[in-house]
Design a protein around this ligand. Structure first.
Ligand code: K7E
Ligand code: CUA
Ligand code: CA
Length: 610
């Protein structure tokens, strides 16, 4: 797309072509020899790279967690246009999530959530375009979104935990397991009995979920807390940072030790313990003991209160960020087995600890050997070279730095993520810096300003800021996935039979005081014009959109009954309510579907009890 628009540009001003090319080559020479060839011309003008002309499509899908909005957002990159908001743990009046029977069954009466980490399903170390999973830190749940419809299709509650935080799918050979960490230490059985104020009895839990059935396979208990999560590229280990090795319950207690941990979980040994029956069962969950001394876990010491852990796309290194320490720690994954076998101390798996700046939180990669770490306190993204950091660590006399470049971001960055960086196909084109504070970057909208997600070109030696994008509270993390992986998967139209109650003919059935209405919706009419029920009847509407036209949705709002949802092409959704307000209630289509959309309505007549 860039190439095309650039070529158009150059052709229309062909006299500038020679000068332009020379300038581009010269600029490329100045910037350094690292850029991917396809972006050389584009980087001569930062604005051009982010420009997606009207009618053109983006190159990447971005899946952004929505923080305490409880949703996932789908963006196109590099334009940063928000394409869709996928409701997950929240109520959404636009789609009717939290209103329909189908969504209520998944939500289980909980209507707030806090989504931090959305990750996709993998096959052989890269995305396969089937699913996304996301955590709910507030109500301790994990949801799955099917990518073909980009709708939530499963939600499970995680027992024995609070602060359900780091989440990561298995990357190899494919996603069978999904792991999720509990950031807060709690009593294992948290029922208000016993001495639940005694924090020495609390612990953290590493939960293993079957990614296909969304059932919990087991939980591994540890005495410490478990924060961010990652899995390796060989299907052998999962990782969890732990900032509260002290087992404290107050902030000063959690900051007491100089070092905390990266906890590594050994999957083959977990599987063996499960097969050998080496667990206890708590509330029906297989509970394994991963305390220090257990052969299931390795506790790698990491400087003070580490936060993020990310795996380099070559699968060789885990990088844990210091948060309170100005360092990142590089752990050699090929040394872990020796450490698990006791041939090496856990500390000896650390092969680099570059000083990179203040408040390092999360690290991402360009696939060319460089890491990019967010610095919350410095408000920077710092680019550093992994091999150089390893070399410097080996040589105590080295005065060199592994830092290659620094970019000021605006301001107070949390996560940072590069395109395809959580796969073996990291392509080093773009990076998003998800900044918590925007202060002066946008028009004022009240005391709480938008957040600022900044798009950065990382294809050259120096990072180039391309774009500020305001964001509603409060995305933490994102993944950036090539369009060719996602676009062919996303369905234009569901199959009608995917909902067991789909209907092509409208009908009314009465069973005592229960009334079931099957209703078709075809622009610009519902299949029925009038329905009469009695006060206090339990009324269920099952609405099927029978329109053949892709992209044509019908709404279903019942005046004064707190019912409003939208039914996409060939989709079916249902709602149940008690008809406790006698009178005439117009039901109308909320989604503009036809020239006679305003006429697409019908009467619900609720007859008062005598
Ligand atoms: Cu650093 Cu919840 Cu990923 Cu926020 S966590 S930034
Ligand atoms: Cu159907 Cu508007
Ligand atoms: Ca600590």
């Amino acid at each position: 797309m860039y190439k095309y628009s650039l070529i158009k540009n150059l052709l229309s001003r062909w006299t500038l072509l020679a000068i332009g090319s020379i300038a581009v080559v010269f600029a490329a020479f100045l910037i350094g020899g690292e850029m991917a060839p396809q972006t050389v011309e584009a980087r001569s003008d930062g604005a051009l790279r982010t420009k997606v002309h009207p009618g053109e499509l983006d190159d990447y899908y971005g899946f952004f967690s929505g923080g305490h909005s409880g949703e996932i957002r789908v963006l196109g990159l590099p334009s940063m246009r928000v394409l869709k908001r996928v409701p997950v743990f929240n109520i959404d009046s636009g789609s009717g999530w939290g209103i329909t029977n189908e969504s209520k069954a998944l939500l289980g009466g909980l209507y707030v959530g806090d989504t931090h980490h959305a990750h996709g399903s993998y096959k052989d170390g890269t995305y396969d375009g089937k699913y996304l999973w996301v955590n709910d830190k507030a109500n301790n749940r994990v949801a799955r979104v099917r990518i073909d419809y980009l709708e939530t299709d499963a939600i499970i509650s995680i027992p024995h935990v609070q602060g359900t935080h780091g989440l990561f799918p298995q990357r190899y050979p494919q996603t069978d397991w999904l792991i999720v960490n509990s950031e807060f230490r709690t009593p294992l059985v948290n029922d208000g009995r016993g001495d639940i104020a005694d924090e020495s009895k609390y612990g953290g839990v590493h939960t293993v979920i079957d990614a296909n059935t969304m059932e919990i396979i087991c939980q591994v208990m540890v005495p410490t807390n478990l924060d961010l999560a990652a899995t390796d590229y060989q299907g052998r280990y999962s990782f969890a940072t732990s900032y509260n090795s002290e087992g404290g319950a107050t902030i000063s207690e959690m900051l007491a030790a100089d070092r905390d941990y990266l906890v590594v979980f050994h999957w083959a040994r977990i599987k063996k313990a499960l097969a050998d029956g080496d667990f206890k069962v708590v509330d029906g969950i297989k509970m394994l003991d991963g305390s220090p001394g257990s052969d299931l876990t390795l506790y790698v010491p990491i400087p003070k209160n580490p936060h993020g852990v990310n795996i380099s796309p070559d699968g060789k290194y885990a990088v844990a960020s210091g948060k309170v320490s100005p360092t990142a720690s590089i752990i050699a994954i090929d040394k872990l087995e020796a450490a698990f076998n006791g041939e090496l101390s856990p500390a000896d798996t650390v092969i680099g600890e570059p000083e990179i700046g203040l408040g390092p939180l999360h690290t991402t990669f360009d696939g060319r050997g460089n890491a990019y770490t967010s610095l919350f306190i410095d408000s920077q993204v710092v680019k550093w070279n992994i091999q150089k950091a390893i070399d410097i660590y080996k040589n105590p006399q080295a005065t060199d730095t592994a830092v290659v470049d620094r970019l000021d971001v605006h301001y107070q960055v949390g996560h940072t993520m590069a395109s395809m960086a959580e796969t073996k196909e990291a392509d080093g084109n773009f990076l998003v810096s998800l900044n918590k504070i925007s202060k002066d970057r946008f028009l004022n909208v009240g005391p709480l300003k938008p957040e600022n997600d900044q798009l950065v070109d990382i294809s050259g030696k120096k990072m180039v800021l391309l774009k500020d994008e305001p964001a509603y509270i409060e995305p933490h993390d994102c993944i950036i996935v090539r369009r060719d992986i996602i676009e062919p998967v996303v369905k234009h139209r569901p199959r009608m039979d995917e909902h067991p109650l789909a209907t092509t003919e409208s009908s009314i059935e009465r069973d005592g005081n229960k009334v079931t209405v099957r209703l078709t919706a075809n622009a610009p009419v519902y299949g029925l014009q009038k329905i009469e029920v009695n006060e206090k009847d339990e009324v269920t509407f099952i609405v099927t959109n029978n329109d053949e036209i892709p992209d044509l949705g019908h709404g279903f709002a019942v005046s004064d009954y707190n019912v409003n949802f939208v039914v996409g092409p060939f989709q079916t959704k249902s709602v149940t309510f008690i008809a406790d307000k006698p009178g005439l209630h117009w039901i109308y289509c909320t989604n503009f579907c036809h020239a006679l959309h305003l006429e697409m309505r019908m009467r619900l007549i609720v007859k008062a009890k005598a």
